[in-house]
Design a protein around this ligand. Structure first.
Ligand SMILES: *[C@@H]1O[C@H](CO)[C@@H](O)[C@H](O)[C@H]1NC(C)=O
Ligand SMILES: *[C@@H]1O[C@H](CO)[C@@H](O)[C@H](O)[C@H]1NC(C)=O
Ligand SMILES: *[C@@H]1O[C@H](CO)[C@@H](O)[C@H](O)[C@H]1NC(C)=O
Ligand SMILES: *[C@@H]1O[C@H](CO)[C@@H](O)[C@H](O)[C@H]1NC(C)=O
Ligand SMILES: *[C@@H]1O[C@H](CO)[C@@H](O)[C@H](O)[C@H]1NC(C)=O
Ligand SMILES: *[C@@H]1O[C@H](CO)[C@@H](O)[C@H](O)[C@H]1NC(C)=O
Ligand SMILES: *[C@@H]1O[C@H](CO)[C@@H](O)[C@H](O)[C@H]1NC(C)=O
Ligand SMILES: *[C@@H]1O[C@H](CO)[C@@H](O)[C@H](O)[C@H]1NC(C)=O
Length: 312
């Protein structure tokens, strides 16, 4: 029998491996960190702060946060990012994004959306040290479109300031495109569509219709985006792509699907995001590498206090 795996590697590969083992990049130098900015919480405190955030993220608790306009769970200078969308800076915008958006999905079941609102969660991973937490949680989302629920895993990095407010977060929805595809399959099932029916054009049209109704209802006067409902639907259906699960911060209908739920909160700010220009939120102005390497988080590093100066 031939040994498939335990044969020695050719010399070329062993020398490459040996070299790469010697050339690990060093840990970033963060000794410029102001220790007063980075409180040293206990593990229990970090767990409680994180639990408090997630509890308030759930419906119906998120209604109260949304009505507060500036959630006291967030710092005034909070910097947020979710990889499928883009950056959200400041307390008011993040209150809308983390709480108001989801509360509105629950409160407006007629606004057509593929999104759900969070109803419960279970931690799957949790680490906390200093003012930094890295966690993952499986969140159960209720989908108004089918009346069913679907779980989604959220991967999150958070920092807290000395008041216990979230000062930064960097979130990723795991398998988002797969989740979206599963959601679409469950819609097809609920609608008794045969597997040969292509649902995407139907959903595209329904989303365009719903987003345009939001625009027609809330975006008038100086916030006007489209001449009328028909011009809006034509733009979003015929001239704007649907968008994949990584394009929720680009010039897509799926990006505007997210922002439609924030429009009622502050039409002055959010109408543009569902308009033809995308208002800086639904715009094709990002590259893959540019997005990845963006230096965004300046409040405190996502490095626990005690690691200042680097690990070598
Ligand atoms: C880290 O940065 C500080 C301040 O810029 C500098 O004094 C120090 O030598 C740096 N440490 C390392 C290991 O590069
Ligand atoms: C964390 O929350 C639990 C439950 O509310 C409470 O019993 C505990 O004292 C809290 N711990 C800290 C360190 O705040
Ligand atoms: C929310 O905070 C912003 C500043 O971050 C402020 O301009 C606005 O008036 C506040 N809104 C309310 C309702 O407190
Ligand atoms: C979350 O909700 C789902 C759907 O209602 C349910 O099946 C599940 O048991 C709930 N999980 C927790 C932890 O409450
Ligand atoms: C799908 O079919 C089921 C039973 O076959 C029926 O009860 C249900 O009303 C149908 N749904 C739609 C949207 O047609
Ligand atoms: C204009 O939009 C506001 C919300 O932004 C809404 O309250 C008002 O009813 C709208 N006016 C008209 C004439 O549609
Ligand atoms: C898309 O364009 C076609 C061809 O011009 C037109 O018939 C249709 O009404 C447009 N769809 C929407 C939603 O406006
Ligand atoms: C943070 O507190 C822990 C004890 O809870 C201590 O061991 C650690 O040295 C402290 N870290 C810093 C950077 O002060």
């Amino acid at each position: 029998m031939m040994l498939k795996y335990l044969t020695p590697l050719p010399l070329f590969f062993t020398s490459v491996l040996a070299q790469s083992a010697l050339s690990y990049p060093s840990f970033p130098n963060v000794s410029t960190l102001d220790p007063h900015q980075t409180p040293n919480y206990t593990f229990d405190e970090l767990y409680n702060l994180t639990n408090r955030f997630l509890q308030n993220h759930m419906y119906p608790n998120n209604i109260a946060q949304s009505l507060a306009i500036n959630s006291t769970l967030l710092s005034d200078d909070v910097l947020g990012r979710v990889d499928a969308t883009r950056d959200y800076a400041g307390r008011e915008l993040n209150t809308e994004y983390l709480f108001g958006l989801f509360a509105n999905i629950a409160l407006n079941p007629d606004a057509f959306t593929l999104l759900g609102y969070p109803i419960n969660y279970t931690f799957t991973r949790f680490l906390g040290i200093g003012n930094v937490v890295s966690f993952a949680a499986i969140i159960e989302y209720k989908l108004p479109v089918t009346g069913t629920t679907i779980p989604q895993e959220l991967d999150f990095w958070v920092t807290y300031n000395d008041k216990g407010e979230i000062s930064q977060y960097d979130g990723n929805f795991r398998y988002l495109q797969w989740q979206l595809t599963s959601t679409i399959a469950s819609i097809a099932k609920a609608q008794n569509l045969s597997s040969s029916t292509s649902l995407l054009p139907i959903l595209h049209a329904k989303l365009a219709n719903s987003i345009c109704e939001t625009a027609t209802t809330f975006c008038n006067g100086t916030n006007l985006q489209y001449a009328n409902q028909q011009a809006c639907e034509n733009h979003l259906y015929n001239e704007t792509r649907f968008g994949d699960g990584w394009e929720w911060g680009m010039d897509t209908v799926s990006c505007r699907m997210i922002h439609q739920n924030m429009v009622p909160l502050r039409p002055d700010v959010h109408c543009e995001h569902i308009g033809p220009s995308g208002g800086g939120m639904c715009v094709d102005d990002r590259t893959y590498v540019g997005n990845l390497e963006e230096e965004y988080f300046v409040n405190t590093p996502f490095l626990a206090p005690g690691l200042e100066g680097g690990v070598h």
